[in-house]
Design a binder for this molecule. Sequence first.
Ligand SMILES: Cc1cc2nc3c(=O)[nH]c(=O)nc-3n(C[C@H](O)[C@H](O)[C@H](O)COP(=O)(O)OP(=O)(O)OC[C@H]3O[C@@H](n4cnc5c(N)ncnc54)[C@H](O)[C@@H]3O)c2cc1C
Length: 391
Amino acid sequence: MKKTEIVIIGAGVVGASVAYHLTRRGAKDVLILERESQQGKGSTGKATGGVRAQFETEINIKMSQYSIDYFANCDFDCGYEPRGYLFFATNDAQFDYLKRSVEFQKSLGVKDVEIVDAKTIEEICPILNVSDITGGSFGKHDGFINPLAVMNGFTKNTLENGAKIEFDTQVLSIETAGGKVKSIQTNKGRIECENVVLCSGAWARELAKTAEIDLPVAPQRRQIVWAKSQKELPKNLPMVIDLGSGFHFRPARDFNDAGANSEKTEVLFAYPDAEEKKSFDTNFDESFIEKVYGKAKHRSSFLYETIPIFEKCRAGLYENTPDHHAILGICSVEGLFFANGFSGHGVMHSPATGRALAEIILDGEAKFLDVSCLSLERFAEGRLLHETAFI
Ligand SMILES: Cc1cc2nc3c(=O)[nH]c(=O)nc-3n(C[C@H](O)[C@H](O)[C@H](O)COP(=O)(O)OP(=O)(O)OC[C@H]3O[C@@H](n4cnc5c(N)ncnc54)[C@H](O)[C@@H]3O)c2cc1C
């Protein structure tokens, strides 16, 4: 039987960040286990690559502030581009919500986030029909990152700092004794360990159950349409989001090929389809194309006239919690830690998450940022958070 001090289950962006922050702090014996033969096969490889501080809850805003600052200054190329996020409202209630949110974001120190009128919205995004838009908000430092580059940057650094990664290794169960983590069972044998960090994305619940912990993380398919236009997209197009329906679009970018020049004429668009049930299905369903174009028709004739590129449309999994916030930290089993349930924000929050987990494991609590409101306990204690702007 092998022995390791800290085992991280899952080598997506979150597992890679946790390992990176642990080894930066001097942790020596860190082993990442990944069931696939390479990284990026989970949700990280499907993400749109958006990052924003325009949230409603203090914890989401602070996680984003920390992470955006990290992306802007990190010592590897993570593809951070502050193109902005433009939210727009189509009624007074939505616009009031954006006004309140922007005030709150500013009070927490978010810079360059402003309320904008329909005319300004049209200037920022000239392909939008603004006839029924009441107003919006624009955050200049929000924008794009390359999810694969973030994951690869964390991984390269942590491997250089002594962590190890094993592929084709599926964790089957977490074994406990006397209320503590004792070992894990994998398809390649048992590994004795004192600490396990569950970073297995949408697949976390079943593994937590093997340690008799109920982790409320549910998988849900999210689909993205990739389309090509005859004309060039407006220059510096940001992420654009209809607050009411969640319909959103951004210039397309092939994260596997950072040099590809697709963004001039290619666009990604999507919306959260309320008909999607809990499921691990990651097949792209072509009927979604018609639904998305239905949303685009009124909002942008430019988008409506694009042609979908079927082979580039994709589907991945959100890892939803009941309050659409992450679950970070400890549980009643000593040595078992969670970094799960990002509900669609795991890439953008990966720097803050990695640091929080490293501090919780090594120091007993996250000192750089109080993340205690994201504990698993909140569900049993009825301390659920509330965020309207989850997309
Ligand atoms: C369509 C789409 C768009 C998105 N857009 C954004 C966005 O714009 N911005 C943003 O921040 N987030 C976005 N997300 C969400 C984001 O992708 C996730 O929150 C993030 O990737 C979670 O990272 P992770 O490392 O926890 O999970 P994953 O990347 O899924 O990694 C988990 C890993 O665990 C492995 N694993 C699972 N079970 C086991 C096991 N038993 N043993 C060993 N290994 C195991 C898996 O193979 C996988 O590699 C999007 C998601 C989707 C689907």
